[in-house]
Design a protein. Structure first.
Lengths: 155, 312
C-alpha cells in the first residue's frame, strides 16, 4: 500500500490536534506534542479505488513556521496548513508562511484550512494564496473532505 | 439636769426612728428596681423572637470567622503538617505498609524466580545434549557451567526489525515476531525521537547520533545506512558481543539490499520479505566459537593441509 507523510502545521491553538482527532483514532498521548513537538497518527484513505496510508505528523504550533524543527518537514508529501477563523493573527501572514513551506518542500501538495467555523456567524474573508477549506473540528464539518482532497492531490 | 438629758435622749431616739424609716424607704425603692430589672430580663428570655434576633446573627458571625480561620490553616499548612507527621513517624509507616508492599515484592520475585527456574530446568533436561558437552568443555577454561546456564536462560531474542526511510520516517519493511502495535507509528515516532535528540544535544562539529534506546527488558538498536535507519528490537540480556553481531548483520543487510537503490525506487519498495530471509537465520555466535572459526579459516588459507583427510 502507498504510504505518504502528511504534516499538519499552523499557529498554536488553531485546532490542528482536534482536526487530527476528528479524522483518526488517536493512538499517542498529547504529551508527545509538548515534549517532542510532534505526535504521529495514521489513517487509510481510499481515492479512486487506491488505498493510501496517510502518516500524519501533527506538529506543535509556533507563531511562525520558521521556528518549527526542519527535520519534521523532511520527506513530507502533503501539508495541511491550519488557521483559526476567530483569530486574524493566525492568518495575517499566511502568504509569507505558505511561501516558506513551498521553499522548504517544493514537491509537496498544500491544503489550506480555516478552522473553528462553529464559532463565527459568518466566515471572514482571508487573503490566502489559494482556495481554503472551512472546517469545524468540533462539529466535524468538512474535516473528512480536507484529508480526502489532500489524498486526491497526492496520487 | 436629768430631765434635760432625758429630753436630749428622746430627740436622738426620734432621729434614729426617722433614719430607720428613711433606710426602710430606700430599701423598698432598691427592691422595686431589682424586681423591675428581673421582670424585664424574664420578659426578654421568655420571648423567643427577640432572642433569636440577637443570638442567630452572633452564631453566623462566629461560623464565618471559624471558616475563614480554617481556610488560612488548610491547603499547604495541612499538607505540611501531614508530611511532617509522616517524616517523624517513618518507622510506624513502614510497619503499616510492609505487609502490603512486602507481599507485592515477594510475589514479583517468586514469579521471576519461577521463570528462571523453568529455563534452567529446560537446560538441565538437555544434560546429555551437545550443548551440555560444550558447557563442560568451556568449564575447562574456567567458565562456570551455572554461569553459562544463566546466560542461556536470559538469552537475547530478536523481536522486531524495521527499515525506515530517514527523510520521511516512513516504514519500508518489517520483520516481526510479535504484534505489539502499529509499526508505521513506531517508525514515525522513532524517526521523530532521533531528530529530536540530534537537534537537542548535537554540538558544533559533533556527529553523534542516538544508537540505542532501552525500555524495561527491551533494547532498541538503531543504525544509519545511507538514507535509511535500520532498527532492531531485542528482548533479554544484550551484551556487547550480541550487539556487535546484530550491527554486523544489519550492515550486511544494508549492503545486500539497500546500497544500490535510488531515492525514488525506495519510496515504493517493500523490504519485508528481504528482512525475513535475512533475519530468520540470525545466530548469535559466541566469542569462543567465532574465534575458533576465524582461526580455522586463517589456517586453511595459510596451509595446504587437507582438513577433510585430517578429520578421518
Amino acid at each position: 500500500m502507498l504510504s505518504k507523510k502528511v504534516i499538519l502545521i499552523g499557529n498554536f491553538g488553531v485546532g490542528k490536534t482536534s482536526l487530527t482527532e476528528r479524522f483518526v483514532h488517536k493512538r499517542f498521548s498529547d504529551e508527545y506534542l509538548t515534549t517532542l513537538g510532534v505526535r504521529i497518527d495514521k489513517k487509510e484513505v481510499v481515492v479512486a479505488h487506491t488505498k493510501i496510508n496517510l502518516v500524519i505528523w501533527d506538529i506543535a504550533g509556533e507563531v511562525t513556521q520558521k521556528k518549527v524543527n526542519k527535520s519534521y518537514y523532511l520527506g513530507a508529501s502533503g501539508v495541511i496548513y491550519v488557521f483559526d477563523l476567530t483569530r486574524p493573527v493566525t492568518y495575517a501572514s499566511i502568504t509569507a508562511e505558505i511561501s516558506y513551506v513551498k521553499e522548504t518542500l517544493p514537491q509537496a501538495k498544500v491544503v489550506l484550512v480555516g478552522n473553528k467555523l462553529d464559532l463565527v456567524e459568518e466566515a471572514p474573508t482571508v487573503e490566502a494564496p489559494f482556495h481554503y477549506h472551512l472546517t469545524s473540528a468540533k462539529t466535524g464539518e468538512s474535516v473528512e473532505a480536507v484529508f480526502q482532497d489532500l489524498a486526491t492531490k497526492l496520487i | 439636769m436629768s430631765d434635760d438629758l432625758n429630753d436630749k435622749f428622746s430627740k436622738v431616739d426620734v432621729f434614729f426612728e426617722m433614719f430607720e424609716e428613711m433606710l426602710e424607704r430606700q430599701n423598698k425603692y432598691v427592691r422595686r428596681l431589682i424586681e423591675k430589672e428581673l421582670e424585664e430580663l424574664k420578659q426578654t428570655f421568655s420571648d423567643q423572637h427577640p432572642l433569636r434576633e440577637v443570638v442567630v446573627p452572633a452564631i453566623d458571625e462566629r461560623i464565618v470567622k471559624i471558616k475563614a480561620e480554617l481556610n488560612d490553616v488548610s491547603g499547604d499548612t495541612i499538607v505540611k503538617a501531614i508530611r511532617k507527621q509522616i517524616k517523624e513517624s517513618q518507622s510506624d509507616m513502614i510497619d503499616a505498609l510492609f505487609p502490603i508492599i512486602g507481599k507485592l515484592i515477594k510475589k514479583y520475585i517468586s514469579v521471576e524466580m519461577e521463570r528462571l527456574s523453568e529455563n534452567i530446568n529446560r537446560q538441565i533436561d538437555n544434560t546429555f545434549s551437545f550443548a551440555s558437552i560444550k558447557r563442560e568443555f568451556l568449564s575447562l577454561f574456567g567458565i562456570k557451567e551455572k554461569d553459562q546456564l544463566l546466560k542461556q536462560a536470559a538469552a537475547p531474542t530478536i523481536e522486531e526489525v524495521y527499515v525506515i526511510y530517514q527523510d520521511s520516517g516512513l516504514l519500508l519493511g518489517q520483520y516481526t515476531l510479535t504484534d505489539i502495535t502499529d509499526h508505521d507509528l513506531i517508525a514515525g515516532m522513532l524517526t521523530a525521537i532521533k531528530s529530536f535528540v540530534k537537534d537537542t544535544f548535537q554540538q558544533e562539529g559533533e556527529t553523534g547520533d542516538l544508537d540505542t534506546i532501552e525500555y524495561g527488558t527491551f533494547k532498541i538498536i538503531l543504525t544509519n545506512f545511507h538514507r535509511y535507519y535500520l532498527v532492531v528490537v531485542v528482548s533479554g540480556v544484550v551484551d556487547l558481543h550480541f550487539k556487535e553481531n546484530v550491527l554486523e548483520h544489519m550492515r550486511t543487510f544494508g549492503e545486500q539490499h539497500l546500497a544500490e537503490l535510488s531515492s525514488e525506487a525506495l519510496q515504493n519498495k517493500d523490504f519485508s520479505s528481504n528482512l525475513k530471509d535475512h533475519w530468520q537465520h540470525f545466530k548469535n555466535v559466541d566469542p569462543l566459537t567465532k574465534r575458533a572459526n576465524e582461526f580455522t579459516s586463517h589456517v586453511k588459507q595459510k596451509s595446504n593441509f587437507d582438513w577433510k583427510f585430517w578429520r578421518w
